[in-house]
Design a binder for this molecule. Sequence first.
Ligand SMILES: [Zn+2]
Length: 1012
Amino acid sequence: MNLKRISGLLMASLLLISAAAFSVRAQNGYSRDASQPADDEYTKKIREYTTETFFNSPLTDYLPASPNVPTPKAVLGDVAGAPGKLPYAEDVYRYMRMLEKASPRVKVFSIGTTEEGREMIAVAIASETLLARMEENRARLTKLGDPRMINFDEAEADRLVAQSFPIYYITGTIHSPETGAPTALMELAYRLTVDESPYIKSIRDNMVTLITPVVEVDGRNRMVDVYNWHLAHPNENWPPLLYWGHYVAHDNNRDAMGLSLKLTRNIIKVYLDWKPIVLHDLHESVPYLYDNTIGDGPYNAWVDPILTDEWQMIGWKNVSEMTKFGMPGVFAHGTFDTWSPGYLMFIAATHNGISRLYETFGNGGADTQVRTLSPDEYSRTWYRQNPPLPRAKWSQRNNNNYEQTALLISLDYFNKNSKLFLKNFYLKAKRSIEKPKNEGPAAYVFPGDDPRPGNQATLLRVLQGQGCEIHRANAPFTVTVKKKKSDRGNGKPASANAPSSTPSASPSPAAKASETEMRTFPAGSYIVRMDQPYSRIADALLDYQYWSPKDPQQDVYDDTGWTFGELGNVQVTRVTDVKVLSAAMERVNGEVRSPGGVNGSGTIYIVNHNADNNLITLRYRLRKATFEAAEEPFEAAGRKFNRGSFIIRNASAVELKQAASELGLQALAVNQPPAIKAHAIKVPRVAILHTWLSTQDEGWWRLAFDQMQVPFDYISTQDVAKDADLNRKYDVIIFGPVDRGINAIIQGLPMYGNAIPWKKTDLTPNLGGFASTDDIRPGLGWSGIANLQNFVKRGGVFIGTMDTADLAVSTGFTPGVSIQRSQRLKAIGDVLKTKFVDSTSPIAYGYGDSLSIYCFNGPIFNISNVAGGGGRRRPSTDRPTGRGTLEDPDVVQGRPPGEMPEPLPNSEVWEAAPISEEQRRNLVGLIPPALRPRVVLRYADARELLVSGLLDGGDEIAQHPAVIDSPLERGHVVLFSNNPMWRGQTAGSYFLVFNAILNWDNLNAGRKLDEK
Ligand SMILES: [Zn+2]
């Protein structure tokens, strides 16, 4: 069918729909105030920019007039959603503050700043009476949110529900290329302020709408720059939005667990302070409106079932009302599992509120365009009986119509049922507090003798950021805990994917006595009690996750495992025994900090290496002091020190004392250095390398470095391509994952068409800054490969991860290392167990025998002692057909038996296969012993590999190397199969990288060489 014919049909039905819609409006209780005039000029523009009448609703196809309150036009120069208009965050704020000035129904709050210092705001809209009563209402909501404060008195709860008014919090444009929300929210704010329609008046009089119009402010302003560049160069290709926030792009919506980004910290603070019941985040992707909270399974296992029912109630109400308005393409079920709690909206889900999320349809800017959909987008399905049109002209105004209509329907429905939702808010809080006596556990205990008190404190501060209360034991206490698997004898043989391979993966409330034991925790242990209102978030973060490979959901949306204790390398015990709650303890006031300071006397200081991340901060802070790393464990003043421990000389006593106490590190002052072999720890010069293809994944690395105050230069593949003497500037070059494949890293973007700049100009004031180029297209190129390789050969260290490890392996940096392409492996953002193979390697300093790491499908490394040797062959255990039993040799008849060669020793999967004398003859590729790859860390055996998440085909990667130190002439290449710096969640593996940096010129320490 041609477009003209479709348009004809559509036109014929327009008048009908339009007329019908008004009666639907009245029927459904959305009637207008007949005495309030419309702003005719603005209304005319709304209609002009809406591409089909049915892409609007009677709720938003007009704008009410107000004699004194300015419309969005005052700032935009046109209506919200107008083509070609994309306001900067500051313009949006200017408008919100104009509203505040013009009306007592609006209050604007500054809620913090971004990484680059831009402001974030929240706008509260309600009647003047309600806004005046915000503080007393906050006191009531606080009590409803913490039933301990009213002794669980149901009558009092009902009284509070009756007196309280709820807050509905809407957040816009966290994802910067999803551009529609700010203008939709400007106009929505206006409507809520001035519209006298009875249903809007009722919303205003009975609840507060709270709006953060721009969540990712740094990214929004860059997106507006990019769009303006596009408008100024209409016939050219424009830059993709390389940097959204300062560190990450799309992943800014995966930070609700780790709370590493300022935007998440600012929003959760508002959430915890104001106690809104709903947190509703606006996104754009699929046509035309996907109320995606209902989504699909598996649902997060730690949220209250009351919440998942609320998702259904509000979501389907949205679909139903918009269907009645005749708006196509509105649906609620779809391909998005609600397993991970990392999404911004999930702050509400894990804190007794209601999370909501819309995906509306956007054009990535404000151009009006004909959009052609794919069959899976326009097909009619059971959950989408009125699907989007296969082809339609689509405008930003259409997007704004859908967003506002859906929000108004939600606000109206929420308002009409506000007492129900307030009571549910109370019930969910109460059930969170009742966790110990219902589903459990009773508490999580962080033992007072954890060898890594710094990392322990870091994790506890994340929980504090989540609003959790932390307690500390005053005395030792003894409780029943689940036995560690290794202590439970020979249980059933576990399969590669069984949850039983994890120590406390699936605790059964009725655990048999034989599976439990008594355990005494020392005084000073931290206790996260589950009888507190925010127990669910602590439980969700600290528990283990299991996703069955046979789950009906095969299209996994995000990471499947995140267990924070494991990834933080922090000991955490899940305790179901309610006796733990009566241990002598007191509430921790203020942030949890590990105790630091100096003991002993002398001018030499010793600091134990326990892989606490603050150790690297100490090194960089005391730049002028002399640091050495001990190559063996030792004792001093009766205390044990691990391999890698720092021996510090020439330090100012005052500075060292201050640093140790601030960083929570214990230093021992002595007069005599320990008699132990040690090497210098200099202050290495570090570069973090990025492409112009994608910067997000390396962004998490920059964030980790900035958090630990490790200075670095930020350089691009284009810089490396041009610099033939990188050693002049750097000791270590780090190339975080790119996730675009090695060909793209080398080639860059195709050089057709125009140059694509990323830099600061008058037209684009927010681009450039910390990274800029005249043309993003050229890649690393072959000169870049050669420059990097020469950098290593002359003594530098190159660190590659996942696809950048693949780059190093595939372009000849690592003779002896190869990558096995996986056939079956499905490790979708998992926590996996690894084992240290060579704890004398400096990369292993401070660690124990094993470590849980984050893995996303490898790569699977193999090593060989022969350059280009490829994968290892497993020795055959079969014997050929012949005389005797299985163990006997065959015998040739009619001659004496010949001399049998010594069988080659068996080698492990993570080891290089031994080379026979026969193979050794004239073996050109035989790598000299000192240059052979050294495996530091390997994946655990298949049976104990999975810690958390979804793992299928795990035997393919089990036992293979995870971290390899591969020498190349005078330098080293360090390869990671895991991602050690990911989403602020993997603090436990940061020090693998930090060790490689600190020991960059002594990575061969402790190395045992093969004889031949
Ligand atoms: Zn999005």
